[in-house]
Design a protein around this ligand. Structure first.
Ligand SMILES: [Zn+2]
Ligand SMILES: [Zn+2]
Length: 289
């Protein structure tokens, strides 16, 4: 008679949810780094502002915004196009530089956001928990640091993505050192701290403001909204009601005038052969009738 093994149910629970270790919680927690990074911006009083540092900060904001929108969001979370394994890794590395943890954690949390939009279970719903929790509170909450691997099996199978997810702090450290080497102390403060704080508030405003402010073209089951200004500084993510209507699309601006910079960059990458099989919304969503 075979010996009874461990309960498969229990085993699944322990291997499917990855809880961060205690040191990991404190070393990478937003509770620590959100106030620290905001405070470090004040170092500009001592370093001054150089032209080279301003250009660097500007470039890093837009490059990393694309890492979040074209990489983490449209590729890793929604698989809205296909690419090579090397380019996939580069997108993940760029995404990590935005200091919003690794691609597995980010994608699992985001897929949950779509599954439970503005319902209990949504990690950052301003309707459920208020503006500040949806904006910054959720990412600082220790209970939100777990990664539910059941939601990201398609990504988990790549060892290099698991590595990026585990050591997501490596990429921003490399970025900070590069800022210092390129533009000195002013480069580190403007490129490393100012640009990151701006990037955080930009991307987090999609979680908070885009479920509160703007118009609703589609009567989705959540409170998602479209807003042109949010779309401008987030490279197209402000067309959030469009996105909730058809989340699998790489394109989020559904009209010619809905500027969607991430989509234009993705089209350029496709023209260069770096990515392919870009998913589009169905034609009836692109016109008023
Ligand atoms: Zn949303
Ligand atoms: Zn999404």
């Amino acid at each position: 008679m075979p010996k009874p093994g461990p309960s498969p149910k229990l085993e699944a629970v322990t291997t499917d949810i990855v809880a961060p270790s205690r040191w990991h919680v404190w070393l990478t927690s937003f509770r620590v780094w959100a106030p620290v990074l905001h405070a470090l911006c004040l170092l500009v009083v001592f370093t001054g502002i150089t032209k080279r540092a301003v250009v660097l900060a500007f470039c890093l904001y837009w490059a990393r915004m694309f890492g979040m929108t074209g990489g983490y969001h449209r590729y890793f979370a929604h698989r809205a196009y296909r690419t090579s394994r090397v380019f996939q890794f580069l997108l993940g590395f760029l995404g990590c530089m935005g200091l919003e943890r690794g691609p597995l954690w980010w994608s699992a949390t985001h897929r949950k956001h779509h599954r439970y939009s503005d319902q209990p279970g949504d990690a950052h719903s301003p309707v459920q928990r208020g503006f500040w929790y949806a904006h910054l509170g959720w990412v600082a909450a220790v209970e939100q640091m777990e990664t539910d691997l059941r939601l990201v099996r398609d990504l988990e199978r790549f060892p290099e993505l698991r590595w990026l997810d585990r050591y997501h702090w490596v990429s921003p450290v490399v970025g900070l050192v590069a800022c210092y080497l390129i533009a000195g102390p002013s480069g580190a403060v403007l490129g490393g701290f100012w640009s990151t704080v701006a990037l955080w508030h930009g991307t987090f405003s999609v979680n908070s403001l885009s479920h509160l402010v703007g118009t609703r073209r589609f009567a989705t089951a959540d409170d998602s909204r479209n807003h042109w200004l949010i779309a401008l500084y987030t490279m197209g993510e402000g067309w959030h009601n469009n996105h909730h209507r058809f989340m699998g699309s790489a394109r989020q601006g559904f009209r010619w005038w809905e500027v969607d910079l991430s989509y234009y960059v993705l089209r350029a990458f496709a023209a260069l052969g770096l990515i392919w099989d870009i998913k589009e919304p169905p034609a009836h969503l692109l016109r008023d009738d």
